[in-house]
Design a binder for this molecule. Sequence first.
Ligand SMILES: [Zn+2]
Length: 436
Amino acid sequence: MIWAKEETLPRVEIESIQLKRLKETVHYIYDRVEPYRRKMEEAGIKPDDIQSLDDLKEMPFTYKADFRDNYPMGLFAVDKKELVRFHASSGTTGKPTVVGYTRKDLDVWLNNVARIACMGGATPNDVAQIAFGYGTFTGALGLHGGLEKLGASVIPMSSGNTKKQIMFMQDIGTTLLVATPSYALHLGEEIRARGLDPSKDLRVHIGLFGGEGMTEPMRDEMHKVWGEQFFCTQNYGMSELCGPGVAGECEELCGMHINEDWFIPEVINPETGEVLPPGERGELVVTCLGKEAIPLIRYRTGDLTRLFYEPCKCGRTTARMENLSGRADDMLVIRGVNVFPTQIEEVLLQIQEIGPHYEILVERKNRLDVMTITVELVDDRLLDSYAQLSELEQKIKKGLKAQLGLATHIKLVAPYSLQRFEGKAKRVTDLRKDGL
Ligand SMILES: [Zn+2]
């Protein structure tokens, strides 16, 4: 099912909507947002200079730091009385990023989320259990509102309380789960640990995942735990852009369709800022169109991806972004080599004897970076055989060496001994101190 006709327009029509909205947005931001007007003046650009989509590349970037520098509401284009909602990012250090919505913003946002839920297979008949934490985080209320708009019925469970999650799934007959992939996996394991088979004893058959990326081996792992009938997709967004609702995977699972009538995506070289041609990997930069409360031009997301413009078999013509290959700031530099945690995950998940949970510890010993990866065994009987354990350790090291070009230390531990997360999993601990 396709939610909106804008998802299937010929390229030229999508671009004509984008250009009209871009011109309006540039005027709007110049007139109403002082920090933006200053940036444009410094770059020597007037709103009327933007006459084609190609002219967008002349506009200055917006950074996460702009939100910090103008905290809490310096990037807002409307007065507080015009707002109907605030959200804020979960800033782990310092002040959070505060965002706001007018009535129209909320409407556009939730319609975009409804499109994405629809792409992921949701229908008005679904009973959707939201296992994201509520509060100022955009994920829970975003999916909540979008799924209601679609006509599904929503259970606002929030995260945690696994026992109650399972009880509601059984008693109300939940068909759709909204969660982070790591929590969905944990929940599935807990269901199995209670002697239930999700494919027979529950009705959950759709997963709408967000909050963190999902690699393909992780998706396979999801099927092992939840059953082959379980169809799970990931979607993309961030609070600065609106929340979820920017892009989502369709049934073809070939990247995430971008709601291009409301967002213009670009991929740039993160070092030089130069726009890269379709198909090349770089940092995703997003311009929000038609937003009233916080219009954003060329926002540097920090996420690495590629863009594809070929129409999809599902019937949608909107551009697709490749599932994330990491965040520019998640990248670890180990002895001069760039390493993404997702690369490590891909290797680990291909090895049968170990489970999908892992932790990465980076330390500096004798001036050298040392990376230790702790992984859970699937079967703890292996811990009794030194020879088998050592053989498995070598196999993992070899796989990682081939993928990363780096030697690693491996620690194998008993099943269920690593910490489980209800939200975004914290997998990396970096203990390196400058200069030691
Ligand atoms: Zn598609």
